[in-house]
Write a protein that binds this ligand. Structure first.
Ligand code: SF4
Length: 350
């Protein structure tokens, strides 16, 4: 079949995704204590030319989320990327450490009708937040979130929606509930709590909530109180910790209806299997799993540099992978067929 015809068919058959996550950079201006950022290499921005390869195949994708193991606002092409997605009628969002949200940048993001800006937090006091999210400054971040609301009001814009993305660790959970008041005061509409599942080293083991079984009752109490406080203020507080919520362990990354494109164009199910998690010499980084260091085995089903997203999504190996993660199709014994990266992952386990 001629190539042009393949292209047309691939556009028509584009995957139906709730979201696609695109790692627009692997560089960062911060050094959070739980993040592998300082150890990954080589650090790079996704070129706009590579990003554009995705666009024809987003016909049935709802949200493009410009996020990976780096700070998206560092990529100088971020505005062109948002513009290109908006021109296709897509919702666009990203998570940021909040340090680069200058007034000039916010004006551009508002003008582009960016849909979601999620700002990362690790505490509601500077002492806690700045200790964990090294290189960032809570006072400055709060000031910048205030600018977003000011500029939205000035331009009578409904968007972007501002969210908080709170990393819940054992040492900062006591400040979680205070995010509700902070969010309310700053016009933040949603708080998303994530917990530590990718553990960089032994020292961080005690920060992972699911690891501290004796404290689960106390943690659950804080989570319940935060849910109630958020509800009272008409805010959304969302989190997912199977071990604390007594749910069946299952990958929480929606891998059957989403995918991640790494900074070099590889397509895989999640950021934990991204080839970005490798050292300068190409060897995978390691993470702590059940008291041992496990390599982060990369998982790529193809590369958008030379294949269409549709072609990658429809590959037999990718279908088989998704079937193993599909709760409707997975038999208990099938879990042993999962790739090693999933078998040594707390998103599946915890
Ligand atoms: S279980 Fe597999 S697909 Fe899910 S987050 Fe872990 S490594 Fe990724």
């Amino acid at each position: 079949m001629p190539r042009w015809m393949n292209k047309i068919l691939d556009r028509i058959g584009s995957p139906e995704l709730d979201w696609i996550q695109v790692e627009v950079t692997s560089r960062c201006n911060a050094a959070c204590i739980y993040c592998p950022q300082p150890f990954i290499g080589p650090k790079q921005h996704m070129p706009f030319g590579l990003f554009k390869n995705l666009l024809p195949y987003l016909g049935y994708t709802d949200l493009v989320y410009l996020q990976g193991w780096g700070e998206p606002l560092l990529n100088p092409d971020i505005f062109s990327m948002i513009r290109a997605c908006k021109a296709k009628g897509k919702r666009v969002g990203f998570t940021t450490n909040g340090m680069l949200l200058t007034k000039e940048t916010i004006f551009k993001l508002v003008d582009l009708e960016t849909d979601i800006i999620s700002v990362s937090l690790a505490g509601t006091t500077p002492a806690t937040h700045d200790r964990i999210r090294k290189g960032t400054d809570l006072v400055k971040i709060i000031e910048n979130v205030g600018y977003i609301q000011q500029i939205k009001a000035q331009k009578k814009a409904r968007h972007p929606e501002v969210h908080f993305s709170y990393i819940m660790l054992a040492s900062n959970l006591d400040e979680l509930q205070a995010t509700v008041g902070l969010a309310k005061g700053l016009g933040v509409e949603q708080i998303v709590g994530s917990h530590l599942t990718w553990i960089l080293n032994e020292g961080l083991g005690p920060e992972a909530l699911f690891n501290l079984e004796k404290e689960h009752q106390g943690f659950s109490g804080i989570l319940e109180a935060t849910v109630a406080a958020a509800k009272k203020e008409n805010l959304i507080f969302a989190f997912n910790i199977p071990a604390l919520q007594k749910q069946e362990a299952q990958c929480t990354e929606n891998v059957c209806r989403s995918c991640v494109v790494s900074v070099n164009g590889h397509v895989g199910p999640c950021v934990f299997t991204s080839s970005t998690l490798s050292q300068e010499n190409g060897q995978p980084l390691a993470h702590l799993f059940q008291s041992r260091l496990e390599p982060c085995y990369p998982l790529s089903f193809g590369n958008i540099a030379h294949e269409s997203l549709t072609h990658i999504w429809e590959k037999k190996a990718y279908h088989q992978f998704r079937d193993l993660h599909d709760p409707g199709m997975t038999m208990p014994g099938n879990l042993s067929l999962l790739p090693q990266s999933c078998r040594s992952c707390y998103k599946q386990e915890g």
